[in-house]
Design a protein around this ligand. Structure first.
Ligand code: ATP
Ligand code: MG
Length: 358
């Protein structure tokens, strides 16, 4: 039987992205070897801030066309203290997200074994959430402006744009994810008591889409109440869907209660699969620890598991997470988690756990 081949574009980009992505690729190679049913064809693209210094652009003009030929994008981090976000972030990461209409941003949160949540009352297993963030419109649509700039009568508007099609498609992704999880529970987060147009449309569309998912229990929650509930009753939450802004805030809260930025993964999906999806750790380029070999690679490994899942390699994804959990439980932790291990030590431990598994 011939092997399944997955073509991966790796873009380490900036800062610690250049340390964690190569570590992630080694782990993925070890999984492919152990699995035997698939192989990876990886091309590492040198795009990012150093590329910009040399060429005047973060990625080549035909970069999106190049990426289109891959099955998935494994992305490190973008950002450089010497360059503005308008060049770095917009010139690379957001260009890919928007160019490929990766409208669903998926953010799983769990307290991995061996890690401690800053929440006092959390028991192992209490926090097992997936936050689904609308990634293409809403409050970050960039619609608005400033009038009478600098004058006492200045007015600025920031208009959120919600389209029926945009809300319905993210709602379907969220219901699908909730359906695939044991509790089949979805919380639809809005602020429909105060924002009376777009947010009420969210509630209306949620109710309509819910009819196609009779097996999923769903509820509405206001974003402010949701923030409090994440801290006070974390075990009552499973899958969450929210707007671009609300989910941005809630997922930082989620990352904090799970222990460290260094473990949080994310996927930017085009669920229609017309274009490749992009998988990345949530953390940024972290120039303060760059080049020291101490970056926590766990977020990048978990990100790799999400990528394998989307490529149809569910068994390998599970094997990867089992290896990561074992290494964390054994106390092989980087400094951000209170340990003394460096990137290389954690990477080797995870590879050994993969190779040792049977
Ligand atoms: P960006 O501007 O791209 O967001 P940043 O420099 O703000 O990058 P973040 O990644 O947002 O850095 O993280 C904030 C801090 O958290 C970092 O400065 C770093 O000290 C720590 N941190 C982030 N990711 C990791 C990691 N993988 N391992 C260890 N520490 C991390
Ligand atoms: Mg940051």
């Amino acid at each position: 039987m011939s092997k399944r081949v997955h073509r991966i574009a790796a873009i380490p980009a900036d800062g610690i992205g250049k340390e964690v992505i190569p570590a992630g690729l080694r782990v993925l190679e070890a999984l492919a070897k152990r699995d035997g049913g698939f192989s990876l064809e990886v091309e590492t693209l040198p795009w990012g801030s150093d590329y910009y210094r040399e060429k005047g652009e973060m990625m080549p003009e035909d970069g999106l066309e190049t990426l289109r030929g891959f099955d998935a994008i494994y992305f490190g981090a973008v950002g450089d203290p010497e360059l503005p976000d308008s060049i770095t972030l917009w010139g690379l990461r957001l260009k890919i997200c928007q160019g490929f209409d990766q409208y669903a941003n998926i953010r799983p949160t769990r307290v991995l074994p061996g890690l401690t949540s800053p929440l006092r009352a959390v028991e192992p297993g209490d926090i097992d959430w997936v936050i689904v963030r609308e990634n293409s419109e809403g409050e970050y649509a960039g619609h608005g402006g400033r009038a009478h700039r600098g004058h006492p009568e200045e007015v600025a508007t920031e208009t959120a744009i919600f389209t029926r099609a945009g809300v319905e498609r993210i709602m379907r992704v969220a219901f699908d994810i909730a359906r695939g999880r044991p509790r089949k529970l979805l919380t639809v987060v809005t602020k429909s008591n105060a924002q009376r147009h777009g947010m009420v449309m969210w509630d209306d569309i949620a109710a309509l889409v819910a009819k196609d998912y009779p097996d999923v229990t769903w509820e509405k929650e206001l974003v402010d109440a949701m923030a409090a509930r994440m801290v006070r009753k974390p075990a009552s939450i499973d899958t969450v869907v929210a707007t671009n802004l609300h989910a941005d805030i809630l997922s930082d809260l989620a990352g904090a209660v799970a222990g460290s930025l260094g473990v949080a993964p994310t996927a930017n999906l085009d669920p229609s699969r017309r274009a490749p999806s992009m998988f990345e750790p949530i953390h940024g380029s972290a120039f303060d620890i760059m080049g020291k070999g101490v970056a926590n690679p766990v977020a990048t490994f978990w990100t790799g598991a999400m990528m394998l899942e989307q490529l149809g390699e569910g068994d390998a994804a599970k094997a990867l997470m089992a290896a990561v959990e074992r290494v964390c439980a054994d106390g092989v932790l980087t400094a951000d988690l209170g340990g003394t291990a460096d990137t290389e030590t954690v990477t080797r431990a995870v590879i050994a756990a993969i190779e040792g598994a049977n």
